[in-house]
Design a protein around this ligand. Structure first.
Ligand code: PMV
Length: 327
């Protein structure tokens, strides 16, 4: 194996799904955008039989869990995910000469927050490992494969939208069949992200929806088709810079997600409060059942108003701008 630098470095963005979460698992296109908050990782060689990973969360929205230390020989989910990532990233899954890796990663995303925390960590760690061991430039396909191996341990049946957005950033239309297609934004999008105060497990929510589908496949398929239509229209609205239309489409998507029992009282409150103070549209983002809601806002003033109103109701949040740029 060719050895590159003595320290590897990797970064990745968190994401919000503007429309189409869950439906994307069943083949519908979803629209996601990378956000400024994400994850960072560094990797170096150490001696030893097993590789180590240190994980830290630095969040202003949740009280940070204690830093996590895992060994690639361990059996907890993070250790298994790390091992799967290393096996995918390194030929034969091992380093030559009895060497091992030490990776340190930090994220500003809350785990279970619906903002793609685990995917951002997976992509940042994969980049750091490949930066160290393969020498730059490494293939982005290898990063994606290693991050997907990590995600599969947590999610079981991930659509791939989280890892694609963490890797690409920007705005993407993503489907299982076509992969990630960059979108050209007609104007900047200003979005407030509100934390429901409750983390949720994507795997559990995806599994719960699969069970719900079994009970009424035709009804489920009608909602799926309706979300597909909303996404097609949202894509046009985004490209045309029509934020008023995009907001309405987000509201309609929220109704369908609530019909799938993915919303909660807190997520409904976040959406209602945001609309009352001038948001163009609001919905849950990601897996639901907790996690975060997003509100599309027309101006910095409305963004401040939404964040203030959320705070007054006991919800933390932040705003993020998705910049229009050429694909
Ligand atoms: O993991 P989250 O909460 O960011 O959401 C993932 C999006 C889902 O559509 C719910 C699952 C998937 O794999 O696409």
């Amino acid at each position: 194996m060719m050895l590159g630098a003595q320290h590897g470095h990797g970064e990745a963005s968190g994401k919000i799904i503007l429309l189409g979460e869950h439906a994307v698992v069943y083949g519908v296109t979803a629209i996601a955008v990378g956000i400024e908050r994400g994850a960072e990782a560094s990797a170096r060689f150490t001696d030893g039989p097993a590789s180590a990973l240190g994980l830290r969360v630095e969040s202003d929205l949740v009280s940070a869990p204690p830093p996590l230390e895992v060994s690639s020989a361990g059996d907890d989910p993070v250790a298994r995910a790390y091992r799967a990532l290393l096996e995918a990233a390194l030929p034969g899954g091992a380093l030559s000469g009895g060497r091992a890796l030490r990776v340190d990663a930090v994220t500003r995303l809350s785990p279970g927050g619906g903002l793609g925390c685990s995917a951002a960590l997976g992509v940042a760690i994969a980049r750091a490992v490949l930066d160290l061991t393969a020498g730059a430039p490494f293939a982005e396909d290898d990063v994606a494969a290693a991050a997907r191996a990590w995600e599969r341990v947590f999610h079981g049946n991930p659509s791939g939208i989280d890892t694609a957005t963490a890797a690409h950033g920007g705005a993407l239309a993503f489907s299982r069949a076509a992969g990630a297609k960059p979108l050209v934004l007609g104007c900047d999008l200003l979005v407030c992200v509100g934390w429901s105060g409750r983390s949720s497990s994507t795997k559990e929510m995806v599994d719960a929806l699969a069970r719900r589908r079994e009970r009424d496949v035709p009804g489920f398929d009608r909602s799926l088709a309706a979300i597909g239509t909303l996404v097609d229209n949202a894509r046009l609205a985004i490209e045309a810079g029509d934020t008023a239309a995009l907001g309405k489409l987000m509201d309609l998507n929220q109704m369908l997600l609530a019909g799938w029992m993915l919303s909660t009282e807190e997520l409904e409150s976040l959406c209602r409060i945001a609309r009352e103070v001038g948001a163009l549209g609001a919905k849950l983002t990601g897996a639901g059942g907790g996690g975060s809601a997003i509100a599309l806002v027309p101006s910095g003033d409305v963004a401040r108003g939404v964040l203030e109103a959320w705070r007054a109701a006991g919800f933390g949040g932040f705003s993020t701008r998705v910049r229009a740029r050429a694909a």
